[in-house]
Design a protein around this ligand. Structure first.
Ligand SMILES: [Zn+2]
Length: 172
């Protein structure tokens, strides 16, 4: 049985015990942008916050794309979150290749280069990536100035997160 078929079966059991209150309009308090990496999936555990308080946006990296910016605007302006947390991590798969390398590799292995150059948002340094994200989000005119935008790195070896400060000359 495929994993999806197993999941469909398990869902029937889940639905039998489902708390219908969970279907009420969500009222998340904080929005977290984090990587698609499964090690970042236990956000209630990592952050000690109830699942219902967390609005989670996930991309590879995480990359703060135009789509992510749109989602942050909706999260803060429509859903009502009041803080933005950008959560990077050590050992990210997106640091293990460059966009150029992956485009070349996939073009060769599939024999089809028509999607290239695809944007994968690979990067090298999580600290620098975090600083760029903070600047990008902070600069968006539809993200209210009173909403804090803070960046962090989750250490996959220790489970600890640490804050990334913007360089002094870049602090606004
Ligand atoms: Zn990652």
């Amino acid at each position: 049985m495929s994993i999806i078929d197993k999941a469909l079966k398990a869902n029937q059991t889940y639905a039998r015990k489902y708390d219908r209150k969970l279907g009420d309009r969500p009222t998340p308090k904080i929005v977290v942008v984090t990587c698609m990496d499964p090690r970042l999936s236990d956000l209630p555990g990592i952050l000690g916050l109830p699942q219902a308080d967390l609005d989670v946006i996930r991309t590879g990296g995480p990359a703060v794309t135009e789509d992510v910016l749109g989602e942050l605007v909706v999260s803060t302006r429509v859903l009502g979150t009041t803080e933005i947390m950008l959560l990077n991590h050590t050992g990210c798969g997106f640091t293990t290749f460059t966009d150029e390398e992956l485009n070349a590799k996939l073009s060769a292995s599939t024999g089809d280069s028509s999607p290239a150059p695809m944007r994968f948002f690979s990067y090298k340094d999580p600290e620098e990536n975090t600083r760029q994200q903070i600047k990008k989000v902070r600069a968006h005119p539809w993200i209210a100035k009173e909403v804090p935008v803070r960046g962090f790195i989750f250490d996959v070896e220790t489970g600890l997160i640490r804050e990334v400060a913007l360089a002094k000359d870049a602090a606004a």
